[in-house]
Design a protein around this ligand. Structure first.
Ligand code: ZN
Length: 127
């Protein structure tokens, strides 16, 4: 989770980050009309603090518009210079992910998102 209050440079584009007021949206629903956030002057990405996100999610659950569907905490492992996270089976299954499959990792305002990549050309027949 990105903690906005301590950002000076945008982690996405490197632009200058300024304080701004922005609503917290989930889909098209405004959860919090006015939050103090850090906003990138260059790409416009808004950074909420972990606390702001947690509070907004709680509110969204109470409003019945958001369900933490398949949410799990995982421990990171270090492999070389990278951190590795394992994907829970239920999540892998829902995206039809198989071993050796390519996924796309994206840095977003909310954290890191993992999506299914293009069809992998390396087949699992190698094993
Ligand atoms: Zn930026």
């Amino acid at each position: 989770m990105m903690v906005g209050k301590y950002l000076k440079r945008c982690p996405i584009c490197g632009g200058a980050v300024k304080r701004a007021r922005a609503p917290y949206l989930m889909g098209r629903v405004v959860i919090e009309p006015k939050l103090e956030v850090d906003k990138c002057a260059k790409c416009g990405e808004e950074f909420y603090t972990a606390e702001q996100v947690a509070r907004a999610q709680e509110k969204a659950i109470k409003l019945g518009i958001w369900k933490p569907w398949l949410e799990e905490e995982r421990e990171l492992k270090q492999v070389g210079g990278s951190l590795v996270v394992s994907i829970p089976r239920a999540m892998a299954k829902s995206l039809n992910l198989a071993p050796r499959e390519k996924v796309k990792i994206m840095l977003t305002g909310q954290g890191i998102s993992i999506t299914k990549g293009k069809k992998s050309t390396t087949s699992s027949a190698h094993r």
